[in-house]
Design a protein around this ligand. Structure first.
Ligand code: UD1
Length: 423
């Protein structure tokens, strides 16, 4: 398994290009199952999670071709006749559950393995299930698989989600595009990835209104057609690299980065003493003074502070001036980076869903373990400002969600390299 070695070496300067959003791409790809005509995605990120979704769609009978070194994904589902999403693929990635709605809409039945545990919490599927049941699906759990079927197809319904789940919103919207009648989805998630999905579905002929608000209305149509769609910029990758100069100093321009996708995150950066300026091509980030100020953070649904940036923000708080309290409200077990940051000299107390971080002058390099995707990158960020060498072990999590992280950070002057097991 690869390791990443980082030597903290002061300010970062230069440009980093932001890739297409992993989470948007992972929901756009299953949309191919809704149509017999081709769906082509451009600006796709080159990540192992995208390869897992490719494998899953192929196993369902879809044709998936990647071009331009993976940046373009051309899909066709005209022969997709398998409705069983197998455990061996689904267990690798929770987003595999996003085939449930499209399969059900297309075939009237679907068998999808439950994704299984994820390191950051239980992540059940009850919200997906009750929304699809409200549309007439009968769903039962057998042998670890959700067996879903409809008699006479899905029907539009008035649905209120008990929590604004991103995945449940995506599954329900996709399923509703081909249902009979109108679906009104209330307490829907408002994340930019959902807006991107709806824009793509609309190009495919879907009739949808209200994306980006908490009520989405979908008028079912008989069929969807082909389309080409660029994947929206990755707001989590953008936020992650915005924090690199916050820790190491310097000035970094994020090409393709969009402030409007980041909600409350940018307000927190301002309060910390980090300047963000929009440019015609992206945004520039720099630390205002020598050391950032401690701020308190509560993770919330969009446009609140994203849970997917909590670990990275904790890395910044480790060397901030003062004490900060980070409260995780979306996932119940998302502080696994804390013990690793403590190995680097951070002062962190975790109690339940709250972490209290007392800033220290400097972290020190250490051997650390990457425990999940965002935790992995938080350790790399911390290492950029630490004294000495940090070795981040088990970086396969990182490759699920960050395209060429070592190349992007080296380009702005970081001392970072990947070491393969056999070297
Ligand atoms: C998506 C993102 C993930 C992000 C998360 C929250 C993708 C591929 N992943 O995950 O990066 O961290 O949104 O912004 O887009 N829940 C239930 N029952 C359900 C569904 C969810 O209890 O049926 C709970 C989960 O356990 C979790 C919370 O709701 O505690 C948020 O989950 P959800 O919004 O569904 O996140 P995902 O779509 O899995």
């Amino acid at each position: 398994m690869d390791r990443i070695v980082v030597r903290g070496n002061g300010p970062l300067n230069g440009k980093i290009s932001i890739s297409g959003a992993k989470n948007a791409c992972l929901t756009l790809m299953p949309a191919t199952l809704l149509s017999e005509e081709p769906l082509t995605l451009t600006n796709a990120p080159r990540l192992s999670d995208i390869r897992t979704m490719t494998t899953l769609l192929r196993s369902l009978g879809a044709e998936v071709q990647t071009m331009q070194d993976g940046k373009v994904i051309a899909m066709s589902s005209h022969q997709a006749d398998n409705h069983v999403a197998d455990y061996d693929i689904v267990r690798k990635m929770r987003a595999s559950n996003l085939v449930l709605g499209p399969l059900l809409a297309r075939h009237g039945h679907a068998v999808v393995s439950l994704p299984g545990g994820c390191a950051i919490g239980a992540r059940p599927m009850d919200i997906h299930i009750s929304a699809l049941e409200a549309m007439g699906a009968e769903i039962e759990l057998k042998d670890g698989y959700l067996h879903a079927k409809t008699s006479g197809g899905l029907k539009g319904a008035d649905i209120t989600l008990r929590f604004a789940s991103v995945g449940a919103t995506e599954n329900t919207v996709m399923a509703a595009t081909l249902a009979k009648g109108t679906t009104v989805l209330r307490n829907a998630a408002r994340e930019p990835e959902i807006v991107d999905l709806v824009e793509c579905l609309r190009k495919m002929g879907a009739e949808i209104e209200g994306e980006g608000t908490d009520t989405i209305t979908i008028q079912g149509v008989d069929r969807l057609h082909g389309a080409t769609h660029p994947v929206v910029a990755d707001r989590i990758e953008t936020g992650t690299y915005m924090l690199a100069p916050a820790i190491a100093g310097g000035e970094v321009e994020l090409i393709g980065g969009r402030i409007d996708l980041l909600g409350a995150f940018c307000e927190k950066l301002d309060a910390c003493g980090i300047d963000v300026t929009e440019t015609p091509t992206g945004l520039i980030v720099r630390r205002r003074n020598g050391r950032v100020n401690a701020v308190n953070v509560v993770t919330e649904i969009f446009p609140g502070f994203p849970t997917d940036l909590q670990a990275q923000m904790m890395a910044v708080m480790c060397t901030a001036e003062g004490v900060s309290v980070l409260e995780e409200r979306i996932f119940e077990n998302r502080f696994m980076h804390a013990p690793e940051l403590i190995r680097m000299g951070a002062h962190i107390d975790v109690h339940g869903g709250t972490a209290t971080v007392t800033g220290v002058d400097k972290l020190k390099g250490a051997q650390v373990m990457a425990t999940d995707l965002r935790a992995s990158v938080s350790l790399i960020l911390a290492a950029l400002g630490a004294e000495g060498e940090t070795v981040v072990n088990r970086v396969y999590h990182l490759d699920r969600g960050y395209e060429r992280v070592e190349d992007k950070l080296s380009a702005v002057g970081a001392h970072i390299e990947r070491v393969s097991e056999d070297e």
